[in-house]
Design a protein around this ligand. Structure first.
Ligand code: HEC
Length: 165
């Protein structure tokens, strides 16, 4: 076995005109692992965050949302931003059932590829910031729809027994 007719990797060869056994890379070849952000691009129906949702991520998301999205979607995400008030198409509220139930992949797709009248924000918002914004949108949604049982005891008491669900 140690002594047999074979080519070892990268040894010289007379088979190709350039005298090498290794072939040049095909144009456009991308080495595995070189796209560090590949795993941040998820399918539209994916419903898990590809990054850990931390306090820092949420803070970044709030900042980016307020800069890039609130002008149309409003600081609360209710669709009452300044731009639609001046005549642009009104975005839907994030607090409607359909968008509360929409998977996170849908939000990622809207930011990346645009949606109806809304332009995409792929150039302004890099992938990691898109996830920060989506995490913050989830926090906004929760803020308007938190079940009573998940509130801290003192807030529950303030709402009283007959308060909203
Ligand atoms: C220039 C105004 C504008 C800005 C800025 C904007 N949007 Fe929108 N957005 C819209 C409009 C208008 C729609 C509704 C589009 C339609 O139905 O034609 C929309 C729709 C959406 C929807 C709902 C899609 C659906 O399924 O109905 C999401 C989610 C969304 N935007 C997220 C974002 C995020 C996140 C940002 C910030 C990165 C952002 N938008 C910035 C105008 C805007």
């Amino acid at each position: 076995m140690a002594d047999q007719p074979k080519y070892n990797p990268l040894t010289a060869s007379t088979f190709f005109d350039d005298g090498r056994s290794a072939r040049p890379l095909v144009v456009g070849t991308v080495p595995r692992g070189s796209l560090a952000e590949d795993n941040l691009n998820v399918p539209k129906d994916a419903d898990t965050f590809p990054v850990p949702v931390t306090r820092e991520l949420l803070a970044r998301g709030r900042e980016r949302f307020n800069i890039y999205c609130s002008v149309c979607h409003g600081l609360l995400g209710d669709g009452n931003g300044m731009v639609p008030r001046r005549g642009f198409r009104q975005p839907p509220s994030y607090h409607i059932d359909r968008l509360r139930e929409a998977p996170v992949g849908h939000f990622y797709d809207v930011i990346t590829n645009s949606f109806g009248a809304m332009p995409d924000y792929a150039a302004q918002v890099p992938p990691r910031d898109r996830w920060a914004i989506i995490a913050y949108i989830r926090a906004l949604q929760f803020s308007q729809h938190a079940p009573l049982a998940e509130l801290p005891a003192e807030d529950r008491a303030r709402l009283g027994a007959g308060g909203p669900r």
